[in-house]
Design a protein around this ligand. Sequence first.
Ligand code: ZN
Length: 873
Amino acid sequence: MRTDTPVAVKLKDYVPYPFSIDAVELSFDLGAQKTTVRARLSVTPKGTGPMRLDGEALHLNYIALAEGGGKAAPLDPADFEVDARGLTLLAPPGGPFVLETEVEISPAANTALSGLYLSGGRLCTQCEAEGFRRITYYPDRPDVMSSFRVRMEGPKAAFPILLSNGTPGEAGDLPGGRHFAEWVDPHKKPAYLFALCAGDYDVLRDTFTTMSGRRVDLGIHVDKGDAPRAAWAMDALKRSMRWDEEVYGREYDLGVFNIVAVRDFNFGAMENKGLNIFNSAYVLADEDTATDFDFEAIESIVAHEYFHNWTGNRITCRDWFQLCLKEGLTVFRDQNFSADMRSRPVQRIKDVIKLRARQFAEDAGPLAHSVRPDTYGAIDNLYTATVYEKGSELIGILRRLIGPEKYREGMDLYFERHDGQAVTIEDFYACFEAVTGRDFSAFRQWYAQAGTPEVTLDETWDAETATLKVRLRQNTAPTQGQPVKKPVPVPLLSALLDGEGGHVAASGRKAEPFLVVLEGAEAELEFRLPEGSRRPLFSVNRDFSAPVRLVRKLTRDERLALVRAETDPFNTWDGLQTLVKEEILALSDGSQAKPDDALVGAIAGAVKGALGDPAFAALLTRLPEVGELFLERQPADPVALAAARAKLQAALGKALAETIGETLAKPAPAPYHPGAEQASVRALRNAFIALLGASSEPEAEATLSRLYDSAPNMTERLSTLRALMFTKGGGKAKAIGHFEQMWKSNPLVMDKWFSVQASTGTAEDVKRLIAHPDFDLRNPNRVRAVIGAFAMQNLAAFHAPDGSGYRAVEATILAADKANPALGARLMTAFEQWRVLEPKARGEAEACLKRLVEAGLSENAMDIASRALAAPG
Ligand SMILES: [Zn+2]
């Protein structure tokens, strides 16, 4: 265990690798305790000097070199050096040569889940970002692309199915109950896309015919008995393949596409070429064991990984600073896929909720970094909401600025120009400059600058001249290491509203929405209306066209009038969210004793008016989470905010009591289908069930217990269980016991059971969950279900002023980090907002962070802790 902070890697230090790896042949002798890996690299030097290969936790058996087609001769120990991070050939030949190595690794001892490891008795790999160096000595960087040929052999009983990238080649039996299989990937790829899986699986098979009529064999590999539960993932895969053809003109390029579900996995899923590896939580679903939320996540993650085949695999990143090039772009693609499969406005609202909760919070704290950073410590810590979600927003801005046709033209050019290459953000934007003739250098400031821009809007109305003047100013607060910020181009989709559901024409514009682009620090807009006109209402940042914080001083009545006049569903929802935020803040600081009846009535009215679109109505009942409110006013008091939020939620439940009763009295849609239409109806049922949980009425608890007992699917079972957590009677304990009895043999469902309690309970509850026999430190899903849910969703308990929340989990964070640094670092991000807390919690958080550092953290976790603790500025 290293306890020093990692050495910073800098974008400006980039130099191309001085060797090309023309071909890679890998040969695996597979075993759980010991796997032997022989590698044969065909190398062409591009210059002179030593050759550095990355390697970690490898035992080198053999190293040899061959020149001019001759036989490989073992290297003299004086010709190379091995250290903890790799191997250096001190004086490699000046012409083409072949390097052969043989190493031993131990998959069973690999608890970091990076490289080749064992999960549920099967072997699998995770190589992004730097896992391949834990398999063999190799230049483990994305700009080294090569063609891979893989041979695996091992005991047939333990590993009857052997998979790797590309298409299958020769296979057959060997003496002693062993067998082998070869796989060849014709597409050059960086090592981070390498994958291998070996084990006994059930396979769900299907086929897909591409737009040019080629047949692709699809296979989803799961635990024995689970194949029927992969049907939705298969359906989502085929829809994704079709969508990428129709919307981006992209066809799949191999005859085989495999997915393997793995129980112990650090991430959601991984886009390895032709062999995607998934966290089993994002493959397996049926109505009894998965919620609508799970089905939706599966659909979007399957799409995301599939879309990477073009945006990430065929065209990859030159270096990890360009991570947003593949991630931001691919998130943008999967969000649009989901919008096309479901409801576009509802999808937009959900994407913005996630962006604000995670990315805005990141931007406002010590971990703030730009979408394309120019330095990083631990690479695993760069897989952030900023790179993914803000990265996606920037592609959305680009598309809005140039329009859908030019966007598609630019994407076509990008695929044509850079296929088979490892490129940069500059290369990507050069394609859009080529098709539009525009200069995007100012736009790229969005990629260079951390922090969320704040746009302030002031307006004045001159009744005499019927002129509305709107003044816009932008400002981005300083972030760590970036004290001075420049303006960025902010596209604001706007409209003038007449207050009766219509639009107003002004200054020669048509009566329809228009795009305003705030280019500099400020701008003034003038809208001249026909003489004698009434004052129009200004609708701005419609569809959340720019990822900014909008500051607009309006009274409650003015905001309500604007919400009523809105013609943009996002702004209708967001206008109410703003009112609700202001209300919770007023209730939390004591400036208001109880929720305002008029406001509660207005929200209830909006919900009732939207019942025809139940998914949208459900979103209207949503109250911002405590963490989102940290951004609104500081210092933040999580305990007071949570209490205020609960008060408002109870009032809303009361105002909607009749509608809730009528809705929940109807039977849930049957037979179950996970598609948008039914999911929308269930979303509203879930929202109402949550409101019942917030009520303190005994009848509400009785209704919840009844709904829990008769729940026809996991969606309703889990939403009622969650709502019962907030009640005081005996129904809660009964449901917890029943759920555990029912599902104790299904780990994915038990993750939900742990998570529901950790995200709603006390520090004592979390201690009890950690002590539960099924709590498993080696399984990231389980650790996240307990520690992650508590620290990131239950902020009033985690940030308790007496420090009890921190003390309940710190030993477990340390232990998790020791086994699995990527997981440890992810848990440490729970402290990213500690500086904005009220003084007591803040002091306890700082003390806890210091104790963790003192106890010894992994390099990954130390990277987070040291940035969190660094003095601001
Ligand atoms: Zn991705």
